[in-house]
Each structure stands twice: as C-alpha cells, then as structure tokens.
Design a protein. Structure first.
Length: 432
C-alpha cells in the first residue's frame, strides 16, 4: 500500500466536524460517563488521539489554526471578533476547491460568521442564524446545523469537502428537552445547598439563583450528549449515501472548558490550563484499518497537512503542522515534540497575553512578568508550580517558548466590529 493508502481511482471526500467548547474527558471513547454513542462509534471505527491540544482556548483563533496549519503567532488571528483571516493564509477549503472539490460550511455561531474570513474557499458558507426557530444567543441548535448540512449532502456530487461546526456545549449551558436536566436530580435552587457561594458569578451563564454547583456541570454534560445526537444524525445520513465508503471523517473541538479546575469556573480563554486546551481528535479513514489509539503530543495545526496527505494533494510548504499519516499507519508519535498555545483574551479586561508550550512531560506558561512550570506526568491537574525550584528548566525551555514569538507573522488584518457584531459577541460572552 502506498503512503496514506488512498485509492487511486476515487478522490476521497472530506467531512470535518468541530464541536465548540468540548472537553475530551466527557466522551465515552475517552473514559467519560456522558452518553455519546455517535462519537464513540466513530472512535471505534477510526483512530483516537489522546494528547491533543488546541492552539488557543478561543473559537476563531483555534479554527484558523485548524484550517491553515499555522499557530496564531503566524496567522495573526488572536481574538474573536477583532481579526480576520489574512488573505495570504491558504485555507484547506481553498486548496480543495482548486482541486475540483465542492465545498460547504455550516457553522453554529456568529463568532464564525463570514465577516472573519474563514469562508475563504467555501462555495457555500451557511452562517444564517435567522432561519432557526430555536436560535439562542446568535447560535443555532445542533439539530438545525445538522439538518442544513444533511440537505446539502443529499444534493452534492463528489468529491466534496464539508465542515460542520456545533456550538452547543458553549455557555450558557441550556440543552433542549429531553436532555435538559437529564444529568441532574434535585433542586438547583435549594436554599440549603450553598455550594455556588464560593465562586464568582458568571453572568453570561445565567446562573442567578442557582445554589448547587453541580447543576451547571450537569447541564454541560447534557449539552455534550445532545450535540452527539445531532452528530449521529449527520453521520447516519452520510452512511446512507453512496459516497460514505470514500469519505474521510475528522472530528475535533476548538478548545475545552474549565468546570472549576484551577479555580476557574464555567468558562475558557483566560487561562492555558489543560481543562481549556485538551480536546478530542477522532479520524476515520475508510481505506485504513481503524480501532487504534495514539498517544503523544498533537496540535490542531496538524490536521491541515494530515488531510492533504491522505488525499495525496500538495499543500503550502510553510505550514507549521506535522502530518499524522505516519501514525495512522502504525508509527509511534514522538514523545518529546514541542507544541505551543496562547491566549489574548485577558487583554480585553486589562490583562496581558499568555503563551505556553508542552515539551515532553513539562508544561510552561509565561506572562510578561512571571512563569508557571508543571510536571504533567506527576501533576496532571497543574496544582504545583515548579518554576522557582526548577529555574534551569524554565530557562532552557523558556528560550524555545520565547522564540515562538519570533515567528514571522502574516499581514495582520484587524477589524473594528460594528454595533451589531459587538452585540453578538457580547451575547456570546466574548465582550464583557
């Protein structure tokens, strides 16, 4: 079999599924106790990657990395609503449409509307939220996103590239019936339960009057299960088509969500802890034997070169991601590879950008005036900062992290959101 094992007589289709704010540990395939049968089945049929990290714990920067193969320091999209994908960044959709693919995207939130440039290369970019009867906070329910994508699948001729984005696990956690409350018993406003008293209020989560801290955690789990059901509908519709056996399916998330880890509750974007960075990655390649698991560091920037190699298509030479095809074919992922991540969200509230990296078992996070070092093998919860007692290690790998900032960036395209866009971003919790 040649590299990537693709069939010469058929150009494979591609379906990329991204779920916003999805923690890896909440999927059954990763040991979670949330009902996610569709994604568990996808994992059983394909490849499950364990050590997968976002490039940024915010939606637009991380998706830009996924679809350009570059870290935010290069593509320059570092905040939601304030930047546009630079034209010189050749997106995956642009590569595929030039190769004769029909391309379409169906996104679940206004934070990814075409204003911000991820529509580059998509013939259809469905970001219309007005048609959804159950639209909440400038987003579409997962079932509405699936319906629109399924209608397109029924009409399209191969080869095609379809991106489907689901927003539902993002706060506020408001799953529809019958998922609403399915992981919670009792009264969330019980006056005798004061477990919410110790945390700062998260106003956009609509937690006013909630006294039990387990209620929002349960509602988040319900959102994940609901989204899985919508993904199941999409995958079942794909399976019913003649194109199914020639379709590569990739599923991942843009970032995770902190549910109280490191004293950060029901949010993401202001820290670089693993609760907000570690994401699932499932890849089903019909022409390769699946059912395997790979451990070792993987970044969202790796999906771009991986898809292109599986399709036997050349891509831009300067992408920062590394193809995962060798590991789909049985090689081991390198344990010592360095991967990077960053967040600029604190800037919006008077803070500073935060940068970080993983190198082997070490995780280093740096602010302009301080650093945090964690031994992830012994301290996966990132509770003990070793920066002072391991200064030589901070110095050694810190130079590599600082060199990340020396990456030659593309031409930054900064935008000033209009009043309507500001209101959308505020409703989604990105402007406070």
């Amino acid at each position: 079999m040649d590299r990537a094992g693709a069939r010469a007589e058929v150009q494979p289709n591609v379906v990329v599924i991204t779920v916003d704010t999805l923690r890896q540990d909440h999927l059954g395939a990763y040991g979670g106790d949330v009902a996610t049968p569709a994604l568990d089945r996808l994992a059983a049929e394909g490849f499950r990657f364990l050590d997968v990290f976002s490039t940024a714990p915010t939606t637009l920067p991380s998706h830009t990395s996924l679809f350009t193969g570059n870290y935010p320091a290069r593509h320059g999209v570092v905040l939601n609503g304030r930047y546009r994908v630079p034209p010189q960044a050749r997106t995956l959709a642009e590569v595929l449409v030039a190769e004769g693919y029909r391309t379409a995207a169906f996104v679940g939130s206004a934070v990814l509307d075409k204003t911000y440039g991820l529509d580059q290369g998509f013939e259809t970019y469905d970001d219309d939220f007005t048609s959804s009867p159950d639209s909440v906070q400038e987003q579409r329910r997962a079932e509405e996103v699936s319906r629109s994508a399924i209608e397109w699948l029924r009409r399209v001729e191969p080869p095609f590239f379809l991106w489907v984005h689901y927003f539902d696990p993002h706060g506020p956690y408001d799953p529809p019936p019958p998922w609403d409350g399915s992981y919670y018993e009792g009264d969330p406003r019980d006056p005798t339960n004061r477990s919410m008293d110790e945390i700062d209020p998260v106003f956009y989560q609509r937690l006013e009057g909630i006294t039990d801290i387990e209620y929002p955690r349960a509602q988040y789990r319900a959102e994940v299960s609901y989204t899985d059901s919508a993904i199941g509908s999409l995958l079942e519709s794909l399976a019913a088509t003649d194109a199914a056996e020639d379709t590569l399916v990739v599923m991942t998330a843009d970032h995770g969500e902190s549910l109280g880890e490191n004293n950060y509750y029901f949010d993401h974007g202001n820290t670089l802890h693993d609760s907000s960075l570690r994401v699932p990655l499932l890849i089903r390649v019909p022409w390769l034997e699946g059912g395997r698991t790979a451990s070792g560091p993987v970044s969202l920037v790796d999906l771009y070169p991986t898809v292109l190699e599986l399709l036997h298509l050349p891509g831009p030479a300067n992408v920062q991601g590394k193809s995962l095809v060798p590991y789909l074919e049985g090689e081991l992922l390198p344990a010592e590879r360095t991967i990077f991540f960053e967040t600029h969200l604190p800037v919006l509230t008077g803070g500073t950008p935060i940068i970080g990296m993983r190198k082997g078992d070490w995780k280093l996070i740096m602010w302009p005036s301080q650093a945090a070092l964690f031994d992830m093998a012994r301290d996966p919860g990132e509770r003990v900062n070793l920066a002072r007692e391991r200064e030589p290690i901070v110095e050694m790998i810190g130079q590599e992290l600082l060199s990340y900032l020396d990456i030659q960036p593309m031409t930054t395209v900064q935008i000033e959101p209009d009043e309507a866009q500001v209101e959308k971003l505020r409703a989604l919790g990105y402007i406070r």
